[in-house]
Design a protein around this ligand. Structure first.
Ligand SMILES: *Cc1c(COP(=O)(O)O)cnc(C)c1O
Length: 351
């Protein structure tokens, strides 16, 4: 960037860099926790039948039809739901809706890499609070920040671990701000706050169709909470954020593909257990996971991931995670993708 261009940029934006993990195409891509079994069948059919007006005209302003279907899926009322262009958009909109520039947002560390970025883009001060040694959230530490917004992710990316009920209850009871609970991986775990969210005035549960539902490319996210909270997020998000094509595919999936999704979740559980056993046989212990990925602590994870790429397998490396150190995050998929990943990993460990 030239000096003159820099002068045009918001001061607080200068230190922000593009979120751009290595996404070069790779034969087997286990780097982003998407559904490696593919698109749910009814959603796939719906996309192929999209009629012209759905493309030439604007989509519904706030995706009312989709809200109703998501509400039924989550066990809440339509006025408890707000949608967005992926849950990233919903998270960003929620942060903007509830905090003024200069306010603080507290989040666990390690957790979702986008949150510190959204904090800076919205002029907030991000405060990281280490997970406990058991990898639960540190409720007291989060509350001690007195932050206007507290973000929690459960199951947590990248550890795969779930937040305990008592810690979550303590955060909700102890803050005077808003609690954003990111449940991007809730379908793979065994706990959710989604149906209770409307009864906790300050809890917003954020969900996505990018992971269990296999629709990451269509960008469908949503959040559930008290109608007054949800209405503020909707204002902040703005109109037309869900494309008509995305809405039609999501409606088809919610209407007809729930059994397919459940079967893929069972596949994830089975392959996840098997992968963890095979990793153990390589001398690698992984963190017990409630998500569709496992985190495998190991030294030199960046170099190992680079070498695995040359063998046609992409995984997500992390360096120096708080309390964990270097680690590889591996998305769970069909065994036809897990076995090559294990083979590549074995080769890289030996070289
Ligand atoms: C993948 C992911 C999301 C983002 O999902 P989109 O709906 O595709 O934007 C949100 N939170 C966490 C923790 C994720 O891992």
């Amino acid at each position: 960037m030239t000096g003159s261009t820099l002068d045009l940029v918001r001061e607080s934006y200068r230190a922000i860099s593009l979120y751009a993990p290595d996404r070069a195409p790779c034969a087997i891509d286990l780097s982003d926790n998407t559904n490696l079994w593919g698109v749910p069948p009814s959603a796939d059919a719906a996309i192929r039948q999209v009629a012209q007006p759905s493309i030439t005209r604007y989509p519904p302003l706030y995706a009312a039809e989709l809200k109703a279907a998501l509400a039924a899926y989550a066990g809440v009322a339509p006025e408890n739901v707000v949608t967005g262009c992926g849950s990233d958009d919903v998270l960003d909109s929620a942060i903007r809706a509830f905090a003024e520039p200069g306010d603080a947002i507290a989040y666990p560390e390690p957790s979702f890499a986008m949150i510190p970025l959204f904090a800076r883009m919205n002029g907030l001060e991000g405060v990281a609070v280490r997970l406990t040694p058991e990898l639960d959230i540190d409720a007291e530490g989060l509350l001690a920040t007195k932050a206007r917004v507290i973000y929690v992710c459960s199951p947590n990316n990248p550890t795969g671990t779930s937040t305990s009920r008592p810690a979550m209850e303590a955060v909700i009871a102890g803050t005077s701000g808003i609690v954003i609970l990111d449940e991007a991986y809730a379908e793979f775990g065994n706990d959710t706050w989604v149906s209770e969210a409307p009864s906790h005035g300050r809890l917003l549960v954020v969900r996505t169709m990018s992971k269990a539902f296999g629709l990451a490319g269509l960008r469908i996210g949503y959040a559930v909470g008290d109608p007054a909270i949800v209405a503020e997020v909707e204002k902040s998000r703005g109109p037309y954020k869900v494309s008509r094509m995305g809405e039609l595919a999501a409606l088809a999936a919610l209407g007809n593909d729930l059994d397919w999704v459940r079967a893929r979740i069972a596949d994830v559980h089975e392959k996840r257990d098997r992968l963890r056993r095979e990793l153990m046989a390589l001398g690698l212990s992984s963190i017990p996971s409630d998500a569709n990925f496992v985190l495998v602590p190991m030294p030199d994870a960046l170099a190992i991931a680079r070498r695995m790429r040359t063998l046609g397998v992409a995984v997500r490396p992390f360096s120096g995670l708080a309390g964990i150190g270097d680690a590889l995050r591996i998305t769970i998929g069909p065994w036809s993708q897990m076995q090559p990943a294990l083979d590549a990993l074995r080769e890289c460990l030996c070289s």
